[in-house]
Write a protein that binds this ligand. Sequence first.
Ligand SMILES: NC(=O)c1ccc[n+]([C@@H]2O[C@H](COP(=O)([O-])OP(=O)(O)OC[C@H]3O[C@@H](n4cnc5c(N)ncnc54)[C@H](OP(=O)(O)O)[C@@H]3O)[C@@H](O)[C@H]2O)c1
Length: 308
Amino acid sequence: MSAKPRRGAPALRDDEEDLAMILVTGATGNVGGQAVRQLHAAGESVRALVRTPGKAAFPEGVEEVVGDLSDPASLEGAFNGADAVFLVWPLFGAETAPAVIEAAAHHTEQVVYLSSAGVDDAALEQGDAINDFHGQIELLLARSGLRWTAVRGGGFASNDLGWAERVRQGATSIATPFPGAVRSVVHEGDLAAAAVHVLTAPDGGKRHDGKKYTVTGPEILSEAERIAIVGETVGRPIGAEPMPLDEARAELIASGLPAEYADGILEAHAEFAAPGHTEELHTVQELTGEAPRTYRQWVADHLADFRP
Ligand SMILES: NC(=O)c1ccc[n+]([C@@H]2O[C@H](COP(=O)([O-])OP(=O)(O)OC[C@H]3O[C@@H](n4cnc5c(N)ncnc54)[C@H](OP(=O)(O)O)[C@@H]3O)[C@@H](O)[C@H]2O)c1
């Protein structure tokens, strides 16, 4: 598939090489990986940031560039020549974000940032460590001079891959701290589709500048309901049982999360379990024109993760 010309640029001669280039960070991850494939399928020139060269299987034609978001100086080659960036920020904290965004602003025009639905625009400080760094990065982008848009993800369906090992081992019940916590969890493909929609819009996405889209799935389901759907899809009944909070906290920390992140997640889930909690359902459809993928679809797409 041939790449598209630089956005807003005059027509080029056939022998001229001046193509729009979109850099994707977190390109080997859940959302970034989908964004790379969707942008490539849409005919865009894509550059994928990786820490380890040659490890990922990107579609042919995707340019791989090595860099580390915790080392802003390593990103010069990634930003140089990029017109736009889909910025996924996998670090715990925003310490290097000012230098990274400054480097982005030096070279590129537009950033679509994978943020969090928990960011509260009215708050001076966010209530937890995760939303705090997302809020800080949004503020940095707003002050950077870049054109920018936030794709604020709700709960990712991919978090439920945390159940996959137990399901593969034949569990008939999954212990979780808040089986009644409800969310409209979102397929990574829809988070990517929202970002790709903005990055590939015919006007260069200008009507999305400064917008913050809360991107979720199409249905509100409790954890117990989601566990039951996983069971139906793998072909045996699986129930949900409550896990003591201290055990859940220890499990999150053992998975590599800093303690304040584990606490933030558990506090948020206590709120999701409170009566009357509700969530956004319509952004993906309104933004992209496509219905968001259901949770059942997400499990089917990840069947290999849940089956032995
Ligand atoms: N989970 C949720 O419910 C939720 C909700 C809202 C927002 N979010 C946000 O979504 C983001 C995570 O997205 P995801 O789930 O798609 O990520 P993911 O699947 O965990 O993948 C992380 C990606 O970041 C890369 N990476 C890790 N450290 C890096 C570094 N120092 N420099 C450059 N790249 C690095 C990894 O590459 P390697 O191959 O090198 O490891 C991988 O490509 C986070 O910002 C999170 O806060 C999550």
